[in-house]
Ligand binder design. Structure first.
Ligand code: CMX
Length: 435
């Protein structure tokens, strides 16, 4: 059986050929126009990036290499006795475009186990950070501290030809992914669990081991981790974490520099940090209204938040125009495993209450919940109550998608990213000349 590296390597030449043909024969064909509103408005809808790993439809939601979330939950290999897909499988799929076999996934688990040790000097860096520094900042610093390990940076310094870039990038990506759960668990146990660390279990898969090293010994939580790490892995190329990783990488910065940059974007409250903001907002709600608020009380609370000029965390999306299928998958998990949980009841009631209010409020283009509206209540149910840490879960997962894309960026020899910026003077002059 071909190893993942051989499988990926075999895909590169045909893909290079496809891209070469497209750019040579059809390079002048326009696929997008840019309006003044888009240039000022965060480039919404402008098609100017190519990302192979996944595609987002506003009404259908995400497809990972063509597969919907329900399809993946069915088709990707599971842990022994488990029902949720293994994150190793989604990485294999995102990188190669092919569904992995059970054996492919088992091999990847083994390989990440072997590559997983975090050098002592990285742990020393983490130990030197004040414990009240946000976990996402610590996570990003831990990734950055690992940069010394980069084979890509080393090979580049030695003078490697462009055609070989993909090889050390693949090695860096595999090493980094293998270590991420250990870095994350180290941060968690250091901040919240008295610096008492739990060694990895060599019999466990990547997601199960992450749960184990966090110290949550519960088979259902391991299943949640596997599902969570699959769901958050990729959301096409234009979101802040994916785009930042790609942009930094386009300067031939290695995987460590690129992912650390991407994680800094994920740490923003309009992106990944929304998952902790949702829980903070719900806990404040419960503190104010009690654990069983009525829908009328919830409505008032939502309006109070909006009237205070704040966003409703976990609602709205830059691309989606319906309930996020990642929210739906988490809701299904909750209905199956924690139907009577009080926070889940609040999350469900908010699902009824918030969209009509956002519609009436009239600003948000998408009144429906996104992925972050649900994840916190699941984590909390299994005892992970430190919600400042929630975005780190997102980060460990998002690394799967953005690093698979980074391998392809180097395999295809994509150039340094450098769009044209313009000034307001230029825009005014341009408009004047139109008339
Ligand atoms: N609550 C209140 N107002 C909202 C809103 C919400 N949940 N979502 C959007 N709006 C407002 C915007 O702030 C904007 O207001 P202004 O015109 O005053 O600037 C207006 O509605 C239009 O915004 P939009 O075009 O609908 O949304 P954007 O594409 O600009 O932004 C997003 C998308 C996700 C940042 C926004 O919906 C938001 O802030 N949501 C809450 C934070 C959140 O849940 N983020 C997580 C997204 C998923 C992820 O990346 O993890």
């Amino acid at each position: 059986m071909a190893s993942l590296k051989e499988k990926f390597a075999a895909k590169i030449d045909p893909m290079r050929q496809r891209v070469r043909t497209l750019t040579k024969q059809h390079g002048e064909i326009k696929i997008s126009d840019v309006s003044v509103a888009q240039a000022y408005g965060g480039m919404r809808g402008v098609k100017c990036l190519v990302t192979e790993t996944s595609a987002l439809d506003p009404y259908e939601g995400i497809r990972f290499r063509g597969f919907t979330i329900p399809e993946l939950r069915q088709k990707l290999p599971k842990a022994p006795g488990g029902e949720e897909p293994l994150p190793e499988g989604i990485f294999y799929l995102l990188l190669t475009g092919d569904l992995p076999s059970e054996e492919d996934v088992r091999e990847l688990t083994k390989e990440w186990q072997q590559r997983g040790e975090v050098p002592e000097y990285v742990l020393e860096v983490l130990k030197s950070i004040p414990k009240d520094v946000h976990p996402m900042t610590q996570f990003s610093m831990g990734i950055l501290a690992l940069q010394k390990e980069s084979l890509f940076a080393q090979r580049y310094r030695e003078g490697m030809p462009k055609t070989e870039y993909w090889d050390p990038m693949f090695e860096d990506v595999m090493n980094l992914l293998a270590k991420l759960p250990r870095i994350a668990a180290f941060i968690y146990r250091r901040i919240y669990k008295n610096d008492e660390h739990i060694p990895p279990d060599p019999t466990l898969d990547w997601g199960g081991n992450f749960a184990h090293m966090l110290g949550v010994e519960n088979e259902e939580f391991k299943e949640l981790m596997r599902l969570y790490l699959v769901l958050h892995s990729d959301h096409e190329g234009g979101n802040v974490s994916a785009h930042t990783t790609h942009l930094v990488g386009s300067a031939l910065s290695d995987a460590y520099l690129s992912l650390s940059g991407g994680m800094n974007g994920l740490a923003g409250p309009l992106h990944g940090l929304a998952n902790q903001e949702v829980l903070r907002w719900i806990m404040e709600l419960i503190e104010k209204l009690g654990s069983k608020p009525t829908k009328e009380q919830l409505k008032q609370y939502v309006w109070d938040t909006l009237n205070a000029g704040q966003v409703i965390p976990g609602y709205g999306h830059a691309v989606l125009r319906k309930t996020d299928p990642r929210y739906v998958a988490q809701r299904e998990f909750a209905l199956k495993h924690l139907p009577d949980n009080e926070i889940f009841k609040v999350v469900s009631d908010l699902y009824e209450v918030v969209p009509p209010i956002l519609q009436e409020h009239g600003k948000a283009k998408n009144p429906w919940p996104n992925v972050d509206a649900h994840s916190g209540c699941l984590l909390l149910h299994y005892g992970v109550k430190e919600y400042d840490f929630y975005t780190v879960f997102f980060g460990v997962s998002r690394a799967l998608g953005v690093l698979a894309s980074l391998c392809w960026d180097r395999a295809l020899g994509l150039p340094i990213e450098r769009p044209k910026s313009i000034t307001t003077d230029w825009v005014e002059e341009f408009i004047k000349n139109q008339n």
